[in-house]
Design a binder for this molecule. Structure first.
Ligand SMILES: C[S@@+](CC[C@H](N)C(=O)[O-])C[C@H]1O[C@@H](n2cnc3c(N)ncnc32)[C@H](O)[C@@H]1O
Length: 254
C-alpha cells in the first residue's frame, strides 16, 4: 500500500485478514447486516466493490446470498481464490468505477471497510455513486461505511493505536489528518517474529479521502439515489451526534 494514488495491496495481501481486517465480531456484524439488507432488497445477486480477500463475500455466500465482486488487486483476489469456495465467486479485475461486470442488475451493491474512502478525489467518489446506481435494479440498495470527519480530526491520538490481530503480531496505527485537503493517512507499523525467531518490522501507509455524511448524501442524490438508513455501526445502532462512524444505506427508487 502506498501514500497516494490507487492503493497497492500486493505486498500485504497475504497478511490483510490478520493485520488489517476489523475484529471477527465486526466482520460477523457486517455480514449479518448485509444479509438482512440483501433480503430486504429482494431477489437477485449482490456486488461487492473492492471484494479483496473475500472476508465479507465468503461468509455472505455461506448465508445463501449470491455474491459477485470487483477488485483492482490481483494479489487480494488471489487470497480470495485460495480460500474454500473462493473460486466460485465471479470477480472482475479492475477499477470498480469502470470494470465490466456482467452479473447485474444487482439487488445490493456494497463497499466496506473504508474501501470507498480509498477513492482519492471527490470526482472519483461521485463516479462511484453513479456507477453503483447504474448497476442496481430499481428498488436496489447501495451501502457504504465511513468515518465522521469531525471525529477523525479530533480523535487522532498523538501516539499510535493498537489494533486487534489474528496472529501474534503487534499492529500500531498512526493517523494523520489533513483538514485542508480533506484527507487522512493511516501509517501502520507491524511488529512480529521473523523466520529465525528474530524481530521483524513492516511499515505501510494508506491514504484516504474523507467526506462528510452530508456530502455523501449529495453524491447519492446526484446519482439518483435516496438515503434510506444511517446507522452508527453494523449492528444498526442509532446514528447520533456522538457517533464517530456510520453505515449509510441508499436506495434506487423503484
Ligand atoms: C480495505 S480493503 C477491503 C477488502 C474487503 N472489502 C474487506 O472488507 O475485507 C480495500 C479493497 O478495495 C480494493 N480497491 C480499492 N480501490 C479500488 C478501486 N478503485 N477499484 C477496485 N478495487 C479497489 C483494494 O484492492 C482492496 O482489495
Amino acid at each position: 500500500m502506498t501514500g497516494s494514488g490507487p492503493p497497492d495491496y500486493t505486498a500485504f495481501a497475504p497478511h490483510y485478514d490478520s493485520w488489517f481486517a476489523p475484529s471477527d465480531r465486526v466482520t460477523e456484524d457486517t455480514v449479518g447486516a448485509l444479509a438482512g439488507l440483501a433480503k430486504s432488497a429482494g431477489a437477485g445477486p449482490v456486488l461487492e466493490l473492492g471484494i479483496g480477500t473475500g472476508r465479507i463475500a465468503l461468509p455472505l455466500t455461506a448465508r445463501g446470498v449470491e455474491v459477485h465482486g470487483v477488485d483492482l488487486s490481483p494479489a487480494m483476489v488471489g487470497q480470495l481464490r485460495a480460500k474454500p469456495g473462493g473460486r466460485d465467486i465471479p470477480v472482475a479485475l479492475g477499477d470498480f468505477r469502470t470494470a465490466e461486470v456482467t452479473g447485474g442488475p444487482y439487488a445490493l451493491v456494497y463497499v466496506v471497510n473504508g474501501a470507498f474512502a480509498e477513492l482519492p478525489t471527490q470526482d472519483a467518489q461521485v463516479d462511484c455513486f453513479a456507477r453503483a446506481a447504474r448497476l442496481l435494479r430499481p428498488g436496489g440498495l447501495f451501502v457504504l461505511d465511513a468515518h465522521v470527519p469531525e471525529a477523525l480530526a479530533q480523535g487522532a491520538p498523538a501516539g499510535g493505536q493498537l489494533l486487534p490481530t489474528r496472529g501474534g503480531e503487534t499492529v500500531l496505527r498512526f493517523r494523520e489528518v489533513d483538514r485542508a485537503e480533506q484527507r487522512y493517512r493511516s501509517h501502520y507499523v507491524v511488529l512480529g517474529s521473523g523466520p529465525a525467531g528474530g524481530a521483524e518490522m513492516h511499515r505501510t501507509t494508506v491514504s484516504f479521502r474523507y467526506a462528510a455524511a452530508s456530502e455523501l448524501d449529495l453524491m447519492a442524490r446526484l446519482a439518483g439515489l435516496r438515503r434510506r438508513d444511517r446507522w452508527a455501526d453494523w449492528t444498526g445502532s442509532p446514528f447520533t451526534s456522538a457517533s464517530a462512524f456510520h453505515v449509510s444505506v441508499y436506495e434506487r427508487p423503484a
